[in-house]
Design a protein. Sequence first.
Length: 137
Amino acid sequence: MEELELNIANMIDRQEVCFLSFINAEGFPTTRTMLNPRKRQGIKEFYLTTNTSSQKVQLLLNNPRAGLYFYDRPLYRGVAFTGTVEVLNDQTIKDEIWRDMDTIFYENNTDPNYCVLKFTAKAARYYQDYSSTDLTL
């Protein structure tokens, strides 16, 4: 399984965006495009940036269950993770994943509207070559 996890990790690292799904206020799933994670721990923990004031943050605070999807279009493969999201405002992690380009969205890394979403995967389903593989993480 280590080789499969390495292949998935390499695929994730080559993507520019991913898709975060969560439950909206009416109880329906909704999805947002996100910049690819700034940090990851294997294929279990992913750190993404977003606006503290965003609707998704408020919804995730109420219901942390979520999905995270990565898609490699040229090779027609993807991985769908299920797990939970924590909204982090800890300055240490904000400093660690801050990039200079973030000034497009935020004044600086102490901007109160800048926060980090930590997605922790519980399971995944990987699709490649017309077959799927389930992983428990």
